[in-house]
Ligand binder design. Sequence first.
Ligand SMILES: C[S@@+](CC[C@H](N)C(=O)[O-])C[C@H]1O[C@@H](n2cnc3c(N)ncnc32)[C@H](O)[C@@H]1O
Length: 203
Amino acid sequence: MSRDLTEPEIRKVRQGIREKYDKVAAAGPGGCFRYPTGREGMEQLGYPPEVLRDFPPAILAAFCGVGNPFSLGPLYPGDAVLDIGCGAGVDSLVAAHLVGEGGRVVGVDVTAAMIETARGHLARLGWPQVRFEPADAEALPFPADDFDAVISNGVFNLTLDKEQALAEAHRVLKPGGRLMLADMVLVAALPPEKGDKVENWFQ
Ligand SMILES: C[S@@+](CC[C@H](N)C(=O)[O-])C[C@H]1O[C@@H](n2cnc3c(N)ncnc32)[C@H](O)[C@@H]1O
């Protein structure tokens, strides 16, 4: 949460996130993360075999999630799904494959360059049930009770106010809707040399 961060620290975190993901959008995730990304990451995380078989390799290569939100529960044909922090849009497109043309998928991301990359991927597939929009997890531009499911992969750890981001996800979910979220958590205190959380926020 941001409560114990100063305004300059908040600006520094936001700028660091933007710079990192501008780079990822321009050059792909290779070398930017300490876990397997791209097709290799998706294989290890158990993504659906037909996705790995049928999606264009350039789209699979752009995956930089930390887990597999689809392993947490089903998406049904016709569902409306929000992907928070969609990055290059890989999970949004997996969701679109699962909900079909009768469904609706919106991917949002705070980094404009990632949204442009996601739109490029969508243009290759031409799926009408998907759209990508710039937005912050902490201020979602959707009405209450709008989505059957919210998915997110590797994003909430980056948000400054995690309670607010979770409250927003809850607000836009229909009653009985599902939050299927994959992320990284700290399970122990950082060693002192890594203790500056502003410097380490987006490493
Ligand atoms: C590790 S990448 C994951 C991208 C995508 N979910 C995937 O699995 O490939 C994290 C993404 O979160 C986005 N992000 C960071 N903070 C955000 C926020 N407050 N709101 C929305 N997106 C955010 C970044 O721009 C980046 O695209």
